[in-house]
Design a protein around this ligand. Structure first.
Ligand code: ZN
Length: 172
C-alpha cells in the first residue's frame, strides 16, 4: 500500500510541472462531490429531529419564549446557562409541563424542594421531561419524543423563577 502511494506521489510530482491546469480542475470536481453528501444528510436529520437550543442568563431570563416542533419529531434540546452565577443562587433548568398542568402549582411545589433535580411527587405527573439544574457556564442536553400536537408550557423550576422564565412549547 505504502509503495503504491509513493509511486503515485512521484508520478504526480513529475506531471506537476507539465499539467498544472489539468490538476486544478480535477481538484475542484473533487471538492464539489465532497460538499454534496453532508448537505443531503443534514436535511434528512432535520426532518426527524428538532434541534433546539435555549439559553438562560444571570438576569433570570430564557432567550426565547416560544419553541415550535412538529408532531412525530424527536426533540433534542440543549439548555445553556450563559451566565456566571452559581446554581445555588441562579440555577436554571428547562421543564416541559403537560397540557393540563398548572404553572403556578408546579412553580410552588418545586420551590419547596431542596434537590432541584428531583421533581416533587405532588407535581411529577405534570412534568413530561426536564433538564438538570444548571449553574453559570453549564449546559445539558435532553432527548424526547415530541408529545401530541398542542400548546404546552415550559419553565424553569428554580424557586421563584417561573414568573419570568416560562414560555410556550408548540407541537404542530
Ligand atoms: Zn432559573
Amino acid at each position: 500500500m505504502n509503495k503504491l502511494i509513493l509511486i503515485f506521489a512521484a508520478a504526480l510530482a513529475i506531471s506537476c510541472g507539465n499539467n498544472k491546469k489539468e490538476e486544478k480542475s480535477d481538484m475542484q470536481i473533487g471538492t464539489k462531490v465532497e460538499q454534496k453528501t453532508p448537505v443531503a444528510t443534514d436535511e434528512a436529520v432535520d426532518d426527524a429531529v428538532a434541534n433546539i437550543t435555549i439559553t438562560g442568563n444571570d438576569q433570570m431570563k430564557f432567550d426565547r419564549n416560544e419553541i415550535r416542533v412538529k408532531a412525530g419529531q424527536k426533540v433534542k434540546l440543549t439548555l445553556k446557562h450563559v451566565g456566571t452565577m452559581d446554581k445555588a443562587v441562579m440555577g436554571h433548568n428547562w421543564a416541559l409541563l403537560t397540557k393540563d398542568a398548572d404553572v403556578a402549582t408546579v412553580g410552588q411545589a418545586t420551590a419547596e424542594t431542596t434537590d432541584h433535580d428531583k421533581m416533587p411527587d405532588s407535581v411529577k405527573d405534570q412534568i413530561i421531561v426536564h433538564t438538570k439544574m444548571l449553574g453559570g457556564g453549564e449546559s445539558d442536553t435532553i432527548e424526547f419524543d415530541a408529545p401530541a400536537p398542542g400548546t404546552y408550557t415550559f419553565m424553569c423550576t428554580f424557586p421563584g423563577h417561573y414568573a419570568l422564565m416560562q414560555g410556550k412549547f408548540i407541537v404542530e
